[in-house]
Design a protein around this ligand. Structure first.
Ligand code: SAM
Length: 272
């Protein structure tokens, strides 16, 4: 996967993407990240990338020319081929007005060969970029940031860990919150057999490590007895409890078994 990031602050990315799995994925050649400085695509001596909004109003707007010119140097497939899925590429504009970025979208993007992330600034980006240059607009959440750079880093990190081979244990990205029915590649049979359970769209279950007793706070007994069937059941119950408490909206789209439905009914009854 090659990711191109278009920004007026290229230095921003020195650091966030240089650690952990993202760094390892780059070192292993699974991912390649290239940052492009939009000021290199300006033609005046002030290297101007912004201008006042037509129609008046607050602030400045990121001009279209540097973005179009930068993208034209990247030698991507045509927009029509990208939108029709004939090219495994996507040009993404980071925007608070975009579709909300989710684990499902991360998995879709991880299956691409190439992704371009356009970082906005100021009051936003000239709308012709959303209309004629980008393939989609993505938001990382319902709040307004000062620029798209953090969003681009979030998207790159979420996608990189889904690339087959990036995370040591193939099954672990299937057992995480929101996951279980979507990812870039298939887990190997061995990895699936080693995993405890997929979340099926729920939040993850709680994790504990040594010491078994820390300042009087004991690890749940069930995790120490070696009974994997009991552990599996306990984890599922705790994942259901946590999802109901913190993100009940996820239960609508989750893959729930009859046993899950019974557990949920019991949890709800105990709260009533
Ligand atoms: N005027 C815009 C609005 O109200 O929707 C906000 C512009 S924001 C100050 C500047 C840039 O930050 C945007 O062009 C976008 O690239 C980025 N940005 C802000 N919030 C974002 C979010 N939630 N997700 C992704 N990008 C965001």
């Amino acid at each position: 996967m090659k990711a191109d990031i278009l920004t007026i602050f290229p230095g921003f990315f020195t650091g966030p993407l240089d650690h952990g799995i993202t760094r390892r994925a780059c070192e292993m050649g699974l991912a390649k990240i290239e940052v492009h400085d939009l000021r290199q695509f300006t033609h005046d001596r002030h290297r101007t990338v912004d201008d006042r909004p037509f129609g008046g109003g607050e602030g400045m707007v990121l001009k279209p020319e540097p973005l179009f010119e930068c993208l034209e140097t990247l030698q991507l497939a045509g927009r029509g081929d990208r939108l029709a899925g004939r090219a495994k590429q996507s040009v993404i504009l980071l925007s608070a007005q975009g579709q909300r970025f989710t684990q499902k979208i991360a998995a879709e993007l991880a299956a691409l060969d190439r992704m371009v992330l356009i970082c906005g600034r100021y009051e936003g980006v000239d709308e012709r970029v959303a209309d004629f240059l980008a393939d989609r607009e993505l938001s990382i959440g319902d709040y307004v940031l000062s620029g798209g750079e953090l969003g681009a880093a979030v998207i790159v990190e979420a996608i990189t860990r889904l690339l087959p081979g990036a995370v040591g244990n193939e099954a672990s990205t299937q057992q995480e919150s929101f996951s279980g029915h979507e990812r870039a590649g298939e887990v190997t049979e061995k990895a699936a057999a080693d995993s405890t359970c997929g979340t099926g769209g729920l939040l993850d279950y709680p994790h504990y490590t040594r010491p078994a007793d820390f300042r009087g706070m004991a690890v749940p007994e069930v995790l120490l007895n070696g009974d994997h069937q009991q552990i599996r059941k306990w984890r599922r119950q705790r994942a259901l409890e946590k999802t109901l408490r913190n993100r009940p909206d996820l239960l609508d789209g989750a893959q729930l078994s009859d046993e899950d439905a019974k557990i949920l009914a019991r949890i709800k009854a105990s709260r009533a």
